[in-house]
Design a protein around this ligand. Structure first.
Ligand SMILES: [Zn+2]
Length: 73
C-alpha cells in the first residue's frame, strides 16, 4: 500500500481513492493547510492549530463550533 505523509501533521496516510482528503489525513489538516482553519479560529478566538489534538476527527471539530446562525444572532 502506497503511503504519504500528511503535509500538516506528518501522519502516515494511505494513498487510496477512499481517502478524499489525500494527501492530508483528515478534513481538518486540509483546512489548516489552506489557511481556512486559522481564519475560523481568529473569528471565534479558539485555540491555535498547533495546540489542537491531531487525532481529533472532523465530527469533533464541527461539534466544537456553534452553528453560524446561532453565533451571529
Ligand atoms: Zn494530518
Amino acid at each position: 500500500m502506497l503511503k504519504v505523509q500528511c503535509p500538516t501533521c506528518d501522519t502516515q496516510v494511505e494513498w487510496k481513492e477512499a481517502n478524499k482528503f489525500k494527501p492530508f489525513c483528515s478534513h481538518r489538516c486540509k483546512l489548516i493547510d489552506l489557511g481556512e482553519w486559522a481564519s475560523e479560529s481568529n473569528v471565534i478566538a479558539g485555540p491555535s492549530a498547533n495546540e489542537l489534538d491531531p487525532r481529533m476527527d472532523e465530527f469533533d471539530i464541527e461539534a466544537s463550533f456553534p452553528p453560524a446562525d446561532d453565533f451571529f444572532r
